[in-house]
Write a protein that binds this ligand. Structure first.
Ligand SMILES: *Cc1c(COP(=O)(O)O)cnc(C)c1O
Length: 431
């Protein structure tokens, strides 16, 4: 197997395992796919689109620069993410900040840096942003751009979605009961704030376009409602991220160009029904850009055959990472696929379970996967589609050292996040 034109054996010899290998060309082409597809589809119905890369899925200085170079902006939700973005040279105007519990320091930092949209998540936060904006000398002539996070009752993931009237979650302000409208009207009361629009993010790993369409409809209705109640037409709507990718062969990834056309046409139709225009649109894909671009390489250690209660022989293949570099299987039962990556294996396969090296029996990378029957210590296993919420959710459990991220392109590799060292770990421990 080769990634970015480099044989896995060479990557392992040079960088060791476990390692995240990210294909720069692939990342750039997926980023461009979003920009081009949405710009074209929404251009055809008369509006513009901004694509924000959701930094939480995986953020480093190099990746932020790639996203920027491909015409994207950057979505952040903490001071730490803003710090990486600032170091990458992302301007405030090209940055967004969301989150349900931003600190005063984070909000002030965003206002000072000129972040192009602060997504307010509660009535109290709108007042807080208004206060901080005044303290930073902002007023009617240079207001702070604000969006309001709305929960539309649509929640989706996989092939399923639910539509509820009541909301029982920590994010945003609910349409039901008029909370969202109240929040939008509150923003309008402060001359030092500029109401850019409403924002809704409905879930993750969504594989069906229906939920996106329903959500867009509700957002347009909310915009029309505010126009009626306050005479204000919001210039923008942010539809969030959540576009699904294929982790295993059974997954149907969202067809991005097709979704863009469907969504644009639906919004045009709803806007016509409501007798209004389509606002400027923004979207925030994370997983769908970076997820498929990365594989994790592990080295195989202990191999054990275990006979299950059902009499099945299962081969436990232990690798040199696990839940510290990929918590998703333990956290949400996420599924992945993998293959032997350093050589051709036996044609005959065994039913394997790939497990990590942590002191938890739930430390499973892949529950069931077919591997060549001759898989052995020292082999290299590649797990696919680990670019999103892998390295970004990594921990130091068992004082393990977080893996590096290696960018590959045109037969060359480059470390963009280096491997942690024991000195890094001990530097935090003041004894
Ligand atoms: C997580 C998140 C995203 C990105 O979600 P993906 O599933 O990675 O596309 C976008 N916007 C907001 C507000 C989020 O919380």
């Amino acid at each position: 197997m080769a990634v970015g034109g480099i044989a896995v054996g060479d990557l392992v010899a040079q960088h060791g395992t476990p390692s995240f290998i990210i294909d720069e060309t692939h990342f750039r082409s997926r980023a461009r796919l979003f920009v081009n597809s949405f710009t074209e589809a929404f251009g055809a119905v008369g509006t513009d689109v901004d694509v924000y890369y959701a930094g939480k899925s995986f953020l480093s200085v190099a990746v932020a620069k790639w996203a920027l170079e491909e015409g994207l902006r950057l979505d952040t939700c903490t001071g730490g993410e803003m710090a990486v973005a600032e170091r990458a040279g992302v301007s405030g105007a090209a940055m967004g900040l969301h989150g349900n519990n931003k600190s005063e320091a984070e909000l002030t930092r965003a206002i000072r840096y000129g972040v192009g949209r602060i997504v307010a998540d509660s009535l109290g936060e709108i007042e807080q942003i208004a206060e901080l904006a005044l303290a930073e000398g902002r007023g009617e002539s240079n207001p702070v751009p604000v969006m309001v996070r709305v929960t539309t009752g649509i929640h989706a993931g996989g092939h399923e979605f639910i539509s509820t009237a009541r909301e029982d979650q920590k994010f945003g302000l609910s349409l039901a009961g008029g909370q969202a409208l109240e929040a939008l009207e509150l923003v309008l009361k402060f001359p030092q704030l500029h109401l850019l629009g409403a924002h809704a993010h409905i879930g993750s790993q969504i594989q069906d376009s229906t939920a996106f369409e329903l959500n867009a409809r509700k957002m347009l209705e909310l915009r029309a409602e505010l126009e009626k109640s306050a005479g204000y037409v919001m210039p923008e709507l942010d539809l969030g991220g959540g576009y699904g990718i294929a982790y295993v062969p059974e997954d149907q990834p969202i067809d991005i160009p097709a979704l863009a056309v469907t969504l644009a046409n639906t919004m045009k139709q709803v806007a016509d029904e409501l007798g209004t225009t389509i606002p400027r649109i923004s979207i925030e894909p994370g997983r769908s850009i970076v997820g498929p671009t990365t594989v994790t390489l592990y080295t195989v250690g202990t191999i054990k055959n275990v006979t299950t209660d059902e009499g099945i022989v299962r081969t436990y293949v232990s690798v040199d990472g696990g839940m510290s570099d990929n918590i998703r299987p333990a956290l949400y039962g996420a599924v992945y696929t993998a293959r032997l990556a350093n050589r051709d294996g036996d044609e005959q396969a065994v039913l394997a379970r790939i497990v990590g090296k942590h002191c938890e029996s739930g430390d499973i990378v892949i529950n069931d996967v077919a591997l060549p029957a001759d898989v052995r210590r020292g082999d290299v296993i590649a797990v696919a589609a680990t670019g999103a919420y892998g390295r970004s959710m990594a921990s130091n459990y068992n004082n393990i050292l977080k893996p590096p991220v290696i960018a590959v392109k045109d037969g060359e590799s480059r470390v963009i996040v280096r491997r942690e060292t024991e000195d890094d770990l001990l530097a935090l421990d003041l004894g």
